[in-house]
Design a protein around this ligand. Structure first.
Ligand code: ADP
Length: 440
């Protein structure tokens, strides 16, 4: 469902509620510029993705689903912070500006959005809703929610499960609430889409009370992307999501594979944290837990240090001389560099075997979608991953695979399983879910 569907379908229902619930609903206190004759004609949704030292933002026109402006604030709290701001149909701006805090960064972002020369709106009252990306929603949140004090408390409580991400997400929420107190805001969780996984997929083989007492289980991440891409795959194939068994391969700096059956996530490769599953840019993916203590003893370091190495110095980086970017890895492999060839082979092998596992989990697969930086742009990786999947009935069309066309099917018409390139759009998905939550 597009944002437009949401904003044009629900107003009738919305109006009915308005008639009965006058003061208890935030919207009764709020005048919307675009709400005319029972139809929303304009709705600007600000999407905020607040990381530990960065802020990505997009202002999306809900009616056309176009991006009015987007930007990235980098090195927040560190020397050399800067904003890269791209308004639609205007010059890109890069400004080095001090951003000691997230509040400073958000203020600069909002200043650009409303700036006389570079801006795309005249003032903050033109922002109708804000959607915040939140990393960890745990079992509390199986879908996006309207943010209130109770939601903020729950996000804060989940911080112990995502200490690098949730506190930064929460800062973004609090700063935006202070600056735009009357604007409804939604929290959209990376984990929510995976809350449909069955217990057999999300429980680990460890003492059960670690789950009940400490919430240790597989949560999975990239949920917004897996949700968007699986729906888009169904749309491209002219099917309803309920009809399909899809495997989504989100291959970027962080990578994960997800099994989506009938539109619902039934398994995914990331786990309790985003370190597990596939070999990634700097993360190790699945390793034998015994390795941690073994290496700590051998190297005379703490297990905490080893965890840091597994997060930041492992994966492709660890297998090569510090390569993180897959373009460099592919170039190295193409020029015959043995380390690069080996690392790439390991990466591809893990994606292939994960696809095999999820085909087994779903007792079949209809479609495999490649997405994110690597998935969308690396034909040789897609080809290598699919090479050992011919037993599933996959017949790749090399010309289509090489063409790298977004939203395209890259298998032959005879191929039993369709393989697709589907660019992810997490910001649009956040905007859609925000519109839905706000209109509920
Ligand atoms: P994230 O959002 O997780 O930071 P992206 O989805 O933007 O990551 O993916 C970034 C990765 O995609 C990088 O490793 C980059 O090298 C890789 N990438 C981008 N273009 C290509 C390409 N043409 N070939 C291989 N890898 C690519």
């Amino acid at each position: 469902m597009t944002i437009r569907d949401t904003i044009t379908m629900k107003p009738r229902y919305f109006l009915t509620i308005l008639l009965f619930v006058s003061h208890s609903c935030w919207c009764t206190n709020r005048e919307y510029r675009g709400y005319k004759g029972g139809i929303w004609t304009v709705m600007n949704i600000l999407v905020m993705n607040c990381g530990s030292s960065s802020l990505k933002f997009q202002l999306i026109d809900a009616e056309t689903e176009s991006v009015k402006a987007k930007g990235l604030c980098e090195r927040i709290g560190i020397d050399g912070s800067r904003i890269v701001y791209r308004p639609a149909n205007k010059e890109k701006v890069i400004e080095e500006a001090p951003m000691p805090t997230h509040a400073a960064a958000i203020n600069i972002a909002l200043k650009y959005l409303t700036d006389e020369i570079h801006g795309v709106i005249s003032d903050l009252s033109e922002i109708d809703a804000v959607g915040h990306r939140v990393a960890q929603g745990a079992e509390k949140f199986s879908k996006a929610v309207l943010i209130d004090d109770a939601v903020i408390k729950a996000i804060d409580e989940n911080s112990e499960l995502a200490p690098l991400h949730n506190p930064a997400n929460l800062t973004g929420i609090q700063v935006c609430r202070a600056l735009m107190p009357d604007v409804p805001m939604a929290a959209v969780f990376d984990t929510a889409f995976h809350q449909t996984m069955p217990q057999k997929a999300y429980l680990y083989g460890i003492p059960f009370h670690y789950y009940t007492d400490y919430k240790v289980r597989r949560y999975g991440f990239h949920g917004t992307s897996h949700s968007y891409v699986s729906k888009r795959t169904a749309q491209i194939l002219g099917k309803a999501p309920e009809e399909l068994k899809t495997i989504v391969c989100h291959l970027g700096n962080g990578s994960s594979v997800c099994a989506v059956k009938g539109g619902k996530s039934v398994d995914t490769s990331m786990g309790f944290t985003p370190i597990s599953g596939l070999v990634m840019g700097t993360r190790c993916g699945d390793v034998d837990p015994e390795i941690i203590e073994y290496i700590a003893e051998k190297e005379g370091i703490t297990t905490h240090d080893v965890m840091d190495i597994l997060n930041r110095k492992s994966g492709i980086y660890g297998l090569t001389d510090g390569i993180v970017d897959f373009r460099d890895l592919r170039a190295g492999a193409a020029s015959g560099d043995e380390q690069c060839m080996r690392a790439l082979e390991i990466f591809n092998y893990h994606v292939t075997t994960r696809i095999g596992a999820y085909a087994a989990a779903m007792n079949g697969v209809d479609a495999i979608a490649f997405t994110a930086g690597i998935g969308e742009n690396a034909p040789t990786i897609r080809k290598a991953v699919c090479e050992n999947l011919t037993y599933l009935g996959i017949e790749l069309d090399d010309a289509k695979n090489d063409a790298n066309e977004p939203d395209s099917v890259i298998t032959t018409p005879e191929s039993k399983v369709k393989v697709l390139i589907v660019p992810t759009n997490e910001e649009l998905m956040i905007a859609r879910e925000t519109a839905e939550v706000v209109m509920e």
